[in-house]
Design a protein. Structure first.
Length: 569
């Protein structure tokens, strides 16, 4: 879950996966033990057992031994298969990210409580539950290509660190944490993995920070730096400016990208040796980038979860789920002032609000509070917030101008007045492996807004869209969302799939849908009712059940709020 909050989706996912694992164990055991070649095992009183079942038994015995050593009372019911399987899944399969450190701690607590096993310590989770901004991170292959284009020295040994880190984290995931010694070893191995990838992580931080500090970054050639930085066209004028110390960013980048410079090693250490002006400019730029990365909590998936992305042939998650934030990136002045100067936020007219905001230039206000100094320059704080929001939006949108030298992380959904949920959708698509699947709760605009048309066409016309359940909030499932607001459960992947579906409400397959010419890429709004027991409905549902849905899409569903038991869907 790339925006896990307090971990509700991950808690439910642990239970879902535990059920599937236990079902798979039972199915495999039954299937194998009825085979003729396995008959002698059953006759000898030792029927075949799944390797996973054997692993569960070993963990159970280890916990019992620890409990006995400490004199703790542990019953078999407290160590049943489900308890232990949930613990195994939590350690090995569950990943989560959130930019709010408190949310990450809450998610850990929720998962610890949900998978608590009597007699065993709390599982080490820091390797899979991380603090960071899921939307602001670099993809290692793209940065490697960018560095190669710029002629940077790249030693394969530096990038082998990712493989070494993946091996260490794989060991962490395999440890059961059945006793304190194993939990401590998990922590130690995770620290070793973080140390291994630190230099690569520093390169990704630096690259991302340059997107903030230098609009239009990256360039594809060093010779393009002057154009990007809007320097004089004549070389002699640029050299004169460099000699006068006028172009520190230009000097810094020329120094860092000199032939033979090992950028990974330099950024891993955090500075260049040298007292010359260019080296000092480079060190100043490195420090600015490092401070920016810490402030914005850049999150680089390749170095943060090496076990997921070390497989260069097919990197990514098997599944990505969640309910990402539905907020606009543009600073909302009413919300901002509501927490700081309510008198401004409560003004009904925008003109009156702007007049009061402008008046802040000449006054410092008094405010008491635990985290806020008594005297606050709200004008300065507001300007900083505006600048930060604008920079954030610019970096996330990328440079879309014609002939741009810069990159773009969100080419399909990063334009216009950006909403965070749309970026999470496009980010999710880039984070799953070739057979992976995405399931997110997002506003229905992902299928109905013109700004999302190109993205929606890319999944709905290729069979990658598996299902779209469309809801209205009439029964107020979400108290903070207006009752007329529409949202959906969006399920898609990177490959076309045929999904046989048991329908629980009236639906329409894409082949039965007519989409207007002027809005061809958007999903239709289907005014359907809850399924009835009529013969017609029954026959239609059975016909749809018998065949896999068309490759263009599994189905659309509208007005699910009319079903009395939403949990059935």
């Amino acid at each position: 879950d790339p925006a896990m909050g307090s971990g509700h989706f991950l808690v439910a996912l642990v239970d879902f996966l535990a059920d599937r694992v236990l079902e798979a164990i039972a199915t495999a055991t039954l299937h194998v033990n009825v085979q003729p070649w396995a008959a002698h095992l059953a006759e000898g009183g030792k029927p075949w057992k799944s390797p996973v079942q054997q692993r569960i038994a070993a963990i159970r015995q280890s916990i019992k031994a620890t409990a006995k050593e400490h004199g703790w009372a542990v019953t078999d019911a407290q160590l049943d298969d489900r308890h232990i399987v949930r613990r195994m899944i939590l350690k090995k399969c569950i990943f989560g990210v959130d930019k709010n450190p408190m949310a990450v701690e809450l998610a850990k607590t929720a998962l610890w409580l949900h998978t608590f096993t009597v007699g065993a310590p709390l599982s080490f989770l820091d390797h899979h539950l991380r603090v960071g901004d899921s939307l602001h991170g670099e993809q290692l292959p793209q940065v490697q290509k960018g560095l190669q284009n710029l002629g940077a020295l790249l030693l394969q040994s530096e990038f082998n660190r990712l493989t070494l880190a993946a091996k260490a984290i794989a060991q962490v995931a395999d440890l059961t944490d059945a006793d304190m010694a194993e939990a401590a070893l998990s922590k130690q191995l995770a620290a070793e993995a973080a140390s291994q990838v630190a230099p690569i992580h520093a390169v990704l931080d630096f690259w991302r920070a340059l997107r903030w500090l230098i609009p239009g970054w990256p360039v594809t050639k060093v010779s393009q730096l002057a154009t990007l930085l809007k320097l004089p066209k004549k070389e002699q004028d640029r050299q004169a400016g460099l000699a006068a110390g006028q172009y520190p960013e230009y000097a810094a980048l020329l120094k860092l990208l000199e032939p033979g410079q090992n950028l990974v090693a330099i950024l891993g250490v955090g500075r260049l040796d040298g007292e010359d002006a260019a080296s000092q400019a480079a060190n100043a730029l490195i420090e600015r980038a490092r401070a920016l990365a810490a402030r914005e909590t850049f999150f680089h998936w390749w170095t943060s979860f090496p076990t997921v992305f070390a497989d260069t042939a097919n990197p990514g998650f098997d599944a990505l789920v969640g309910n990402p934030p539905w907020d606009r990136i543009k600073l909302q002045e009413v919300e901002w002032f509501a927490e700081r100067v309510p008198a401004i936020a409560t003004q009904p007219r925008a003109a009156d609000r702007k007049a009061l905001i402008a008046a802040l230039k000449n006054v410092k206000m008094t405010q008491t509070g635990i985290h806020t100094p008594p005297v606050v320059d709200f004008w300065a704080l507001y300007q900083q917030a505006v600048e930060r929001a604008e920079a954030n939006a610019r970096v996330l949108a990328g440079d879309r101008s014609k002939g741009s030298l810069g990159g773009n992380d969100y080419p399909l959904l990063g334009g216009g007045d950006i909403n965070l949920y749309s970026l999470f959708v496009e980010r999710a698509q880039s984070l799953i492996n070739s057979q992976g699947i995405v399931a997110l709760i997002v506003p229905s605009g992902i299928a109905a807004d013109k700004g999302a048309a190109e993205f929606f066409r890319s999944i709905s016309s290729t069979g990658k869209l598996h299902a779209l359940f469309d809801f209205e909030n009439r029964k107020v499932f979400f108290p903070d969302v207006h009752a007329s607001f529409k949202f959906c459960a969006l399920v898609f992947g990177r490959q076309p799939r045929h999904l046989p579906v048991t329908l629980d409400a009236a639906t329409s397959a894409p082949d039965n849908v007519t989409i207007s010419d002027e809005n061809q890429a958007l999903a239709p709004v289907l005014p359907v009712q809850a399924a009835t027991n009529s013969e017609a409905d029954s026959s239609e549902s059975k016909a749809l059940e018998r065949q896999p849905q068309p490759t263009r899409c599994a189905f659309y569903l509208h007005s699910v709020d009319e079903i009395d038991e939403p949990g059935r869907v």
